[in-house]
Design a protein around this ligand. Sequence first.
Ligand SMILES: [Zn+2]
Length: 320
Amino acid sequence: MRHHFYAAIVAACFSVLPACNMNRLIMARAVEAQVAFFHHEASDTGLERLAPQVYTFAFESDRGIVVVTSEGLVVSDTFNQRYVDALLGALEAEGVEARVNTIIYSHHHLDHVGGGRSLEAPHVLAHRDVPRYWANANASDAAAPTQFTDGTQTIEIGGVRFELIDTSDAHSETLLALYLPESRILYAPDTLTPGVFQLGWTPEVPIDGYLRTIDTLAQLPFETFVASHMGYAQRAGFQKTVEMQRDVVETAKRLFDARDISNVYLHYDAKIAPDGFLEFYDELHARYGDWHGFDQNILPIFIRLYTTELLGDVLPEQST
Ligand SMILES: [Zn+2]
């Protein structure tokens, strides 16, 4: 009798009390892990000089570049007011005159453009379509663009050449990368982060377009690859990450082909779906289990690649 009483209490606890709901606890743990993902070892590392005229500045998980020219500084991106305030403090401590001549916005996303207005830069360069997005988003502390670009183009500011590269298929329609040919530094926001287990930064775009853009970046003769979140690396670090991404995509393809997913839907079968995922997890864990972000990103990557394959979610052929 007493046994039944306790069993009933435990059952009631699991069904009613939030603290006893295992699914809820598992999800909370997964969210907590997402926060840990952004505390990468290269986050919050401040100002570093990459070349005589080029600095990178990391605050929290955001990373930008600052180029010293004869006309003043060129800054890309500005992220948010906390980032800008910390950057100005770091430049002063380094003895760099913080007169900003130009802000180059990599794209319209609000997490990249905040705080820009406070810099009072006379020139602000952005993709032509940025104002159309900002008409429907609150970009009130971003700097208003004064010059526009359609994508790939080379500009010169204060004796320094900047090659803008269209990377719109990798993440957002307005996305540009910035290549500095004199110092062989590539700043390619929201594409990849060297050494991080990830397949693009959200929002999601077709994977084939993403990988094609990464291939385009790989053609540039850069020596240093700077990501806009977390770290930067020499070319070998970029290459190793690209190889990991290709391996992840091919592993998924092999697994989906073996299960004939156009006829046997994984998402309709409570046995083969988790088995398929665990096979994917185990195979990749053996190779990349120690990479930053493996456990946080492996499930979203699996779902994304499955959906890509099932839907045929690709870019259309270029019209001629
Ligand atoms: Zn973005």
